[in-house]
Design a binder for this molecule. Sequence first.
Ligand SMILES: [Zn+2]
Length: 257
Amino acid sequence: MRLIDSHAHLNSDAFDADIDAVLDRMTQAGVVAAVTVGCDDADLPRLEALLARRPGFLFGAWAVHPEYPDHREPDVDEIAEVASRPGMVAVGETGLDFYWCKEPLDWQRARFRRHIAAAKIAGKPLIVHARDAEPEALAILREEKAGETGFVMHCFSSTVETALAVVEAGGHVSFTGNLTFKKNDALREVARALPLERLMLETDCPYMAPVPLRGKRCEPQYVEYVAREIARLKGLEAEEVAEQTTRNAIDFFRLPL
Ligand SMILES: [Zn+2]
């Protein structure tokens, strides 16, 4: 199988001790690339150091995460400039989070709009984090015409209705190991309902390890479990899911693969 992990946090300190072994296991599992996501100023140099070590294998995305109310707020030009650096393929993760943060959240909405503007300037797609806020995040994406530059709703955990509206608005949906969690029957219905051409796979590692590894540190090699789960749900071969979602990720992030 040829797989891509479209959302990983390999710059996390959870991987400090054994990053080379993690990347080796990733290669052995057929994962040909990972998009690794930095969430604040402190993450950026770590992310860029990682990209410089493994160009063409690790790609980057950066934005101040919606969970952080009090971090420095880069302006649109700075975000666009970072998104245009070598190896950078997207702006994110960005979006709205009404689970961890409570109103008033106009700072979160303003940050999201700034990120969308920067992505359009840089000509890069957006990685969207939306938690308990999917309909409003989608409304903002529509209003700002984010479909023009492309967006993916990552670690998707909303309804079939919202997922179909994302596709309708020109967006993609990606699933993590949460698709394999026992209680997530409703999410499995979402995966069944969506066209394979709009799906991507991710681990969101070091979080969200799939069953049967739930609770352990997650790593990119486990993206295979997400592919197998989607294949099972759609009655397809895992290889077919791997090939199409890899093609989707290459096109979406415009990866030189
Ligand atoms: Zn993430």
